[in-house]
Design a protein around this ligand. Structure first.
Ligand code: DC
Length: 222
């Protein structure tokens, strides 16, 4: 069983999806982390596209969720701590725009969710990767709210950055994610839109959990 949450950067997908996974005791999948993993391999290749795909085919990528953290390994090495560096963030849109990268990540995800119950978050999960997902959500929030959230996260990690810079980066990522040719960020027609601009974190989590439990209770009745 697969439930998906798509939406732009800073809309609250990751924290909400993790909290829902914990509350309902299901697995969590962070597709952005997989694009970031491919980006590490792209950087290792010296940003050479041919070498990158050769390297990618030689590596085995695995992942698991535990204690609030989505862990990714390349071979036996856990590389989770390397996924959110400025260098990876700067190159991830380029890697995510390559069709072969998308095919690779989609294969990894589709294989993983064959067993168990999952909630996955990303940009194109409801439209391209899991069009038959049992439930789809599309989370949005206004730009100021998203920038404020990211700014606080970065400041908490000790990153030296201004709010304006955070806003500029979010706008640039929105533009790249929604204008790329392969599977751009888009709401699936059957996704439930959740605008989190005026919602507390608890309200977001409860809203999504209630939609999930409603749906499955209804299915159990018939
Ligand atoms: O959610 P994130 O910031 O970790 O995502 C990193 C990048 O990966 C983001 O720029 C968009 C891309 N991405 C994507 O193209 N498709 C997905 N399903 C998830 C992420």
């Amino acid at each position: 069983m697969i439930i998906v949450i798509d939406g732009p950067a800073g809309s609250g997908k990751s924290s909400t999806a993790k909290a829902v996974a914990d509350k309902l005791d299901i697995q969590y999948l962070d597709s952005g982390a997989l694009y970031r993993t491919l980006t590490l391999i792209y950087l290792e290749s010296g940003k050479d596209k041919t070498k990158f795909f050769e390297l990618l085919n030689q590596k085995s990528i695995s992942f698991y969720y535990t204690d609030g953290a989505f862990n990714v390994s390349i071979g036996k090495q856990n590389i989770t701590d390397h996924l959110r560096t400025v260098e990876v963030s700067e190159h991830v849109s380029t890697v995510a725009a390559m069709l072969k990268s998308r095919e690779h990540v989609n294969r990894l995800m589709r294989k993983a969710v064959q067993q168990g119950a999952w909630i996955a978050e990303g940009r194109d999960l409801g439209t391209a990767v899991f069009p038959d997902a049992e439930l789809k959500f599309f989370m949005v929030a206004d730009l100021d709210t998203r920038a404020e959230r990211r700014y606080k996260e970065l400041k908490a990690k000790g990153t030296d950055i201004t709010k304006d810079e955070v806003k500029k980066r979010i706008l640039e990522r929105d533009r790249k994610d929604s204008q790329r040719k392969s599977d751009p960020l888009r709401k699936a027609d059957d996704a439930i839109k959740v605008d989190t601009s005026e919602m507390t974190f608890e309200q977001q989590v409860n809203f999504i959990c209630s939609k999930i439990t409603d749906k499955f209770q209804r299915l159990l009745k018939y």
